[in-house]
Ligand binder design. Structure first.
Ligand SMILES: [Zn+2]
Length: 278
């Protein structure tokens, strides 16, 4: 599933190709995604100029003067830039051609994504208005988490993955951030001190930034013959490594379920009660 770094990488990848370009052709081959594509969208988009590509949580906002295209990549979606018309494959559902002849292609095999249009402030759209703080902003702090966690006994991992608290930290990055901060993923959110939550916030930001940076290094592949985006392979320390030795202490990493999501952690390095011993 594309997580925040992949979505941000996508934003940076498509921006230079479509910014200040006018939409000259729209082909919609499939309307049935998580929500239906508006039936008249092709007509609406013709002649609109993209003035910016923004990201809010895992939504991409293609901003025009008249309204905003809201895109979500869902479970398996991707956007790519084609330099010339290329026959669509099975899951290439939407093509938007711009005045520079470049084509933005929306591909989504499982069709859990979204491709919507709003003429209102997109941040007030029903899908976006209840989202929590952006993790890479100053608003995301240990103090913010501490205050939000009052009376919340949910495991810190579920809390960190709650979009109403902080947006776009999915399973992979929550797992990695908790390891980096030395916090057991099942720790009740309201039992953590500001200091430990500060550590967790710093770790989350660092891991997301690194992932975006690595994604940036593959941007040159964003446009290629297959039109496949250049997603990056992560260098993950715990996620997907259950049973393998911890990179810090060599203890075999454990697997547990939290909120029906598989969670890998190190029993020795991640504690519920005490800061990690160094
Ligand atoms: Zn360890």
């Amino acid at each position: 599933m594309p997580e925040l770094p992949e979505v941000e990488t996508t934003r940076r990848g498509i921006l230079p190709h479509i910014e200040k370009q006018t939409i000259v052709k729209v082909i919609i081959r499939e309307y049935r995604f998580r929500w239906l594509v508006p039936s008249h969208l092709a007509k609406i988009l013709l002649g609109r100029k993209i003035i910016n590509v923004e990201r809010r949580a895992k939504y991409l906002l293609l901003v025009t003067h008249e309204g905003t295209i809201i895109i979500h990549l869902g479970m398996s979606g991707s956007l790519s830039i084609l330099l010339e018309p290329t026959p669509p494959k099975k899951h290439d559902h939407i093509d938007i051609t711009f005045s520079n002849n470049k084509i933005l292609r929306f591909t989504d095999p499982r069709r859990f994504g979204a491709f919507l249009w709003t003429e209102e402030n997109p941040h007030q759209h029903e899908l976006l208005q209840h989202l929590g703080v952006e993790p890479l902003t100053k608003n995301f702090t240990g103090r913010y988490l501490y205050l939000s966690a009052k009376n919340r006994k949910a495991p810190i991992k579920s809390f960190l993955m709650d979009n109403k608290i902080v947006t776009g930290i999915g399973n992979i990055y929550a797992t990695e951030a908790l390891f980096a901060a030395g916090i057991h993923p099942a720790t009740p959110a309201n039992s953590l001190t500001i200091e430990r939550l500060d550590k967790l916030v710093k770790a989350s930001k660092e891991i997301l930034r690194q992932a975006i940076k690595r994604g940036g290094t593959t941007l040159k592949d964003f446009v290629n013959s297959d039109g496949k985006p250049g997603y990056f392979s992560n260098q993950l320390k715990v996620y997907g490594r259950a049973g393998q030795p911890c990179v810090a202490c060599q203890t075999s990493l454990h697997l547990m379920q939290i909120g029906q999501r598989s969670t890998v952690y190190c029993k020795k390095c991640q504690s519920k009660l005490h800061p990690r011993k160094r």
